[in-house]
Design a protein around this ligand. Structure first.
Ligand code: TRP
Ligand code: SF4
Length: 438
């Protein structure tokens, strides 16, 4: 099985995806002690992660960390797109440096838009709405891939450690794939890793919030980050902790550096094995690896390396379309757009597929199915903050007390407020765009 980030299939069996691709479950220990965990987190809509513990400990220890995500400017922004930015805004409140890539090169390569068209959509649909939703300009940079020289340079340079076989295996490219498309995952890797260059805040844990369709890019970026490291810290075959030099120049200087770093961390039982380009640490344990690796990463630029820390990621579920099929910009009845006039959103909600029974009578008797209901999904993802209120809806739907007509009206009402508020804020956001652009 392959995940194709450019196809239009929706991935639904999240547990299976997790197992198959080694995505970790986003369990409570990772977030319950964070300040006001966001509802997307509390409700398991963000269902998986890679290395989120690095972000957790950066937050807990007051260390710097960054968020990098991207938007594909193709069409109008709908509620499904809102999820990632809700998550980003939550992280911004926790103190992260925020970077947002406009994937104009990718949209040009894979969706057939011109760069001018993508610029217009990015500014007037996405960025304007991001501001209206509450993204702040402080410690926040939005940039266009096609205009960011450091990102493009990095894409070229980092591509050296990836070969064609790996690109075929990861993405299924073939002889008729166009070169700009083939290159776009490297640009995305440039997006993800450039924030760790000195100029952009330096080496630090970075979280990439995305939908699970983006996991191939996450894996590629993590591989590339790792393959550019000068050191590898690992458990050896004889069950010790070892630091290995991965390059062939400056070996003795690099090993001297390891000793210095380890001494500073109070490890004293070190054994240098020059033949293996290694230092064994007799008094370290597996749980020390991350800390040691992080310290060593920070010294790598002195020796010409990048010291990239492998980027972390969170993965969110996709919203179902209001019609019960995929939510898609090309099917206006399936999605509520943030620019929809409130009346229109009401119409869409009134037409939405619910988990109601065929007749009122039967629904009173058998109850409804909130788990199969697009209206309930709106409550869950966007409209209701309070757990108790949400839970009450769930229960009274199941028990057959609540009927779909009233329930839809209630959803439409809250949606109308939300959209009206966003419309208002969008009006004053035009002038602010420049404060966000790189
Ligand atoms: N490929 C992403 C999409 O289709 C957009 C994107 C570009 C991105 N660069 C990124 C996402 C970096 C996350 C991180 O939506
Ligand atoms: Fe959905 Fe509400 Fe109908 Fe239950 S009562 S199925 S939650 S619309």
């Amino acid at each position: 099985m392959k995940i194709d980030p450019w196809s239009s299939v929706t991935y639904q069996d999240y547990a299976r995806l997790r197992d198959e691709f080694g995505i970790e479950e986003f369990t409570e220990e990772l977030w319950k002690d964070l300040p006001n965990p966001h509802k997307l987190i509390r409700r398991g809509i963000i269902f998986g992660h890679r290395d989120f513990q690095l972000i957790h400990s950066a937050i807990k220890n007051g260390k710097p960390w960054a968020v990098l995500t991207g938007l594909m400017p193709s069409g109008k922004m709908h509620l499904g797109h809102k999820m990632v930015i809700d998550e980003v805004i939550y992280y911004q409140k926790l103190g992260a440096d925020i970077f947002i890539a406009v994937a104009d090169i990718e949209a040009f390569a894979t969706r057939g838009y011109t760069l001018e068209e993508t610029e217009d959509m990015a500014l007037n649909e996405y960025i304007l709405n991001y501001i209206a939703l509450g993204l702040k300009p402080e410690k926040c940079r939005i940039y266009f891939q096609s205009k960011h020289q450091d990102v493009k340079d990095l894409a070229y340079i980092l591509g050296k450690k990836v070969n064609w076989s790996q690109m075929i295996a990861t993405y299924g490219f073939n002889g008729s794939s166009n070169m700009t498309h083939i290159f776009s995952p490297l640009i995305q890797t440039g997006d993800i890793l450039h924030v760790q260059l000195k100029k952009f805040g330096g080496i630090r844990p970075t979280i990439v919030p995305v939908g699970v369709d983006q996991d191939p890019h996450i894996r590629l970026s993590r591989d590339i980050a790792q393959s550019h490291r000068l050191y590898n810290v690992t458990v050896t075959r004889d069950n010790k902790i070892g630091v290995f030099v991965k390059v062939d120049e400056n070996i003795s200087k690099l090993l001297d550096n390891v000793e210095k770093v380890l001494n500073d961390l109070n490890f004293t039982k070190l054994k240098r094995i020059t033949d293996y380009k290694a230092i064994y640490i007799e008094d370290a344990e597996e749980t020390d690896i991350q800390k040691i690796d992080m310290e060593l990463a920070n010294t790598e630029p002195e020796f010409g390396g990048y010291g990239f820390i492998q980027p972390s990621a969170t993965f969110h579920r996709f919203m179902t379309g209001l019609t019960g099929e995929k939510m898609s910009s090309s099917k206006p009845e399936s999605a509520i757009f943030l620019t929809d006039p409130p009346k229109e959103s009401t119409n869409k909600i009134m037409q939405a597929k619910t988990g109601g029974a065929v007749s009122l009578e039967e629904q009173k008797k058998e109850g409804g199915k909130p788990d199969d209901c697009m209206v309930y999904e709106l409550f869950l993802y966007h409209l209701i903050e309070d757990f108790k209120e949400l839970h009450d809806i769930y229960l009274s739907c199941k028990s057959g007390e609540k009927m779909c007509g009233d329930c839809k009206k209630y959803a439409a009402q809250i949606m109308e407020k939300l959209l009206t508020d966003i419309h208002q804020k969008r009006k004053t956001s035009h002038d602010k765009i420049k404060d966000y652009l790189f």
